[in-house]
Design a binder for this molecule. Structure first.
Ligand SMILES: [Zn+2]
Length: 465
């Protein structure tokens, strides 16, 4: 529903060498280590107090609790593990999941939100600093995902990006289930604190929105006649960036390319089509001799001219429209409402002339701090076909207030070829002030330098506002 890149892109296959012998042991450990109870408000408060303390002594606690959990590979599940570890680094997501669970507390079995609930428990476990090394199992979340799509645990070829899109759309779907059922309930049916929450004027769906969701502005214009279709806004939860066929490029260049004005040659232009229909009717009118036909043609002509002078999208079902494909059309997409979490997918699939696919190993230079402002609309939308929807402005030190700054939180990397390989994650360690980074490959967790992170062959990037 929210995917811009829903076309059937071949995915990177994974064939993990990691064994599964320790699965049962780890599942037992995991079951013992995680409470089966949903998050209660009290627990949430306790955790808030705790995290405040941690913020005050971030470096101190990093020394005292230097470890983070790894994830056991349940057989080709590195694509899942890499996504879970990336998601665990995102504070907006953790806040969102907790809120959803609090809202759904009145439903004792949480049947409305199985994925939200199990993801909440998993990312909580993964984001917790520990005194000792620990490996947990993703079995809980895998079981919930499997109920939605049985191939997740059975298929041999899996893709981390494809899985992310499914998880994100299911989170939105589950939130709608929770809040639509809540909205239909009278506050009298809800107890104390929840009743207060639900009786607020605000629509809870707006208060708790999937943090990956942003909106982009799309414009199509015909250069031939100057017509611009209505600028439409679409929701997205991730953006797929096509990489150039070069050895290296920058992320900003990819975003520049994504938001630049593109040329199309197959757009059916409404204004060109109505103009051509008008000419055709006028010719018929010149040749017509019978009075009833002349009268009918005049009426038809008047309706077309009315549409041309006013609303081009007026439906004219009984008039045969001459379809004109414009030879020169421009298309542009820009960010209209940037999301709290920006997920960028670096599309590394190359389609060869022999029908095969290959991997594009272009090294993408990405920043720790990303300013999205040059790729966003600014409220003044242009309908001129050859001008940008909004003027790109480079953020200079003088207009810092215009910048829309994101901080890099995690990176999914893919090793290997297009058809087989392995997914792993680089993620920021602890809270966002931390400059320490982790490299996590299934159950192996190690501390690394930022330099290593910035030189990796990124497949997905997660930035947070
Ligand atoms: Zn046109």
């Amino acid at each position: 529903m929210f995917n811009l890149n829903s076309e059937n892109i071949p995915v990177f296959a994974v064939q993990c060498a990691t064994g599964v012998a320790s699965i049962l042991l780890v599942i037992t450990l995991y079951t013992n280590s995680i409470s089966k109870e949903p998050l209660t408000i009290d627990k949430k408060r306790r955790r808030k107090k705790k995290s405040k303390k941690q913020e005050n002594s971030s470096e101190h606690s990093a020394v005292k609790c230097p470890y983070y959990s790894g994830l056991v590979n349940l057989g080709n599940t590195c694509f899942l593990n890499s996504i879970l570890q990336s998601l665990a680094a995102l504070k907006h997501l953790r806040g969102y999941l907790e809120k959803c669970c609090v809202y759904d507390l009145s439903n004792s079995d949480l049947e409305n939100i199985p994925i939200t609930f199990s993801l909440n428990r998993t990312v909580y476990e993964l984001s917790r600093p520990l005194k000792h090394k620990k490996i947990i199992s993703p079995y809980d979340i895998l079981k919930s995902l499997d109920k939605k799509k049985s191939w997740i645990s059975s298929r041999q070829e899996q893709d981390a990006h494809e899985l992310f899109q499914l998880i994100s759309s299911w989170l939105s779907e589950e939130a709608e289930n929770v809040f639509s059922s809540k909205l239909s309930m009278s506050p009298l049916n809800l107890n104390n604190e929840r009743a207060k929450l639900m009786s607020q004027e605000e629509n809870p769906i707006r208060m708790v929105r999937n943090p990956f969701i942003g909106f982009s502005a799309h414009r199509i214009s015909c250069v031939q006649c100057g017509y611009t279709d209505t600028i439409k806004h679409y929701a997205f939860d991730n953006i797929s960036l096509i990489l150039p066929r070069t050895t290296k490029c920058t992320l900003e260049e990819c975003l520049q390319n994504y938001t630049s004005i593109d040329s199309l040659t197959d757009f059916s232009c409404r204004q060109c089509s109505l103009n051509a229909t008008r000419c055709r009717i006028m010719k018929s009118l010149e040749q017509a001799t019978s009075e009833p036909k002349i009268s009918l043609l005049k009426k038809t002509l008047a309706r077309i001219e009315h549409a041309l002078a006013g609303d081009l999208s007026t439906e004219l079902p009984d008039i045969k429209i001459t379809r004109i494909t414009s030879k020169h059309t421009t298309k542009q997409v820009m960010f209209a409402r940037p999301p709290p979490i920006l997920c960028l997918h670096l599309s590394r699939s190359i389609f060869l002339s022999n029908g095969m696919s290959a991997k594009n190993s272009c090294l993408v230079e990405f920043p720790v701090q990303l300013d999205l402002n040059p790729f966003c609309t600014d409220g003044h939308l242009s309908v001129s076909p050859l001008k940008p929807i909004s003027i790109h402005r480079k953020t200079s030190p003088d207009n810092r207030e215009r910048s829309i700054l994101y901080t890099l939180k995690s990176v999914v990397v893919h090793y290997g070829s297009h058809y087989s390989g392995h997914f792993a994650t680089y993620r920021r360690q602890g809270d966002e002030s931390s400059k320490r980074w982790l490299r996590i490959s299934d159950d192996k967790v190690e501390e690394v330098d930022l330099e290593e992170v910035l030189n990796c062959e990124a497949y997905m990037l997660f930035y947070e506002k």
